[in-house]
Design a protein around this ligand. Structure first.
Ligand code: SF4
Length: 328
């Protein structure tokens, strides 16, 4: 994909949640959910963002949409610094950036019929005529493979896959440019996952969408992503083109994640890397390389010096002192 001005460019993004204590309720610590993350997404690209639960990937997704206010850093969208936006500008921005959540059931109002659920963003953004809204809802339902009779039904009357299609239709209602898919297929059965992933791919082609696709499962993002970024304890540890990261992961954490998830081709086997211990607390991340407490290749330097995210091969960055030298 040729390098142009990215649609989304997050620079040094930080999101800390203060923990207050003592009589004066002063900040005594902070959960460092996202810690100096720089990522850009080109127009029409799908960037997969992967890591274990609690690594900060969903917080990053919410921070770039300003659903969470970043603590520091910059977010540029379509060439504009959106952290400087005031309320009205933010409202307009909401049309261009949408999110699809993991659990379609809890993200859809159970008391409203589908026509109202999908029509709500249209109403909020000024489409007052019910007839116009219904016409647009019908168009969107057809786009996601649902039918006219579904308009008057309620969320509980649909299967999980259909509910996620409703979530997709609602996200598309305002013709967004960027869609953040936050574990969008994780709650679905494998066969339904494939259907929704195919739908998202088709919609990307038809409407020129750009996706940030967040998942804890590397294999889910494999076929939909152009590039994949791997996150650990609030930091990006590796980023590369999708086929590169699956064929030649350079960071021991990526290698461990890949070794833990079953290969789609059973004749292909990877040596299993068992990670020691649990993910450390983001309140007090380990010094040096944050992964050193669990890394099978850690040396003394790893506990002292934080490895920079650096280009090891063209287009392939990893944050490991020994990237390309260690691994399986
Ligand atoms: Fe492992 Fe050291 Fe590389 Fe961190 S820097 S991933 S601890 S080898």
């Amino acid at each position: 994909m040729p390098e142009t001005q990215p649609l989304l460019d997050a620079r040094g993004l930080v999101k800390h949640y203060p923990i207050k204590g003592g009589v004066m309720l002063k900040e005594i610590a902070a959960v460092k959910a996202v810690d100096d993350v720089s990522l850009s997404i080109q127009r029409g690209e799908t960037l997969g963002l992967v890591g274990e639960s609690g690594c900060g990937k969903s917080t990053f997704g919410r921070a770039i949409l300003r659903l969470e206010e970043p603590t520091a850093g910059e977010v540029w969208f379509d060439g504009d610094n959106i952290l400087a936006y005031e309320r009205e500008q933010l409202r307009a921005l909401r049309q261009k950036m949408q999110i699809i959540f993991q659990d379609p059931f809890s993200s859809l109002n159970p008391r409203k019929p589908v026509a109202s659920i999908i029509g709500e963003p249209l109403l909020i953004h000024g489409m007052k005529s019910r007839r116009e809204r219904d016409a647009r809802v019908l168009e969107l339902l057809r786009v996601v493979g649902l039918r006219q009779e579904h308009m008057r039904r309620y969320p509980h009357m649909f299967s999980g896959g259909q509910r996620q299609r409703i979530g997709v239709a609602r996200a598309l209602a305002l013709n967004p440019q960027l869609v953040v898919c936050d574990e969008a297929v994780s709650a679905l059965d494998v066969s339904i996952q494939a259907q929704v992933l195919n739908l998202l791919k088709d919609l990307q082609e038809d409407f020129g969408l750009t996706y940030l696709f967040i998942s804890h499962d590397l294999h889910v993002v494999e076929h939909i992503s152009d590039r994949v970024a791997v996150m650990y304890l609030g930091k990006i540890v590796e980023i590369a083109a999708s086929e590169t990261i699956y064929a030649q992961p350079l960071h021991p954490y990526t290698q461990a994640l890949l070794s833990a998830s079953p290969m789609p081709d059973p004749t292909h086997r990877r040596k299993r890397i068992i990670l020691k211990g649990d993910v450390p607390s983001p309140i007090n991340p380990p010094p040096g390389c944050r992964f050193h407490t669990r890394c099978p290749f850690a040396e003394a330097i790893c506990a002292e010096k934080e490895p920079a995210l650096r280009e090891v091969n063209p287009g392939h960055q990893a944050a490991c002192h020994f990237a390309g030298q260690v691994g399986l």
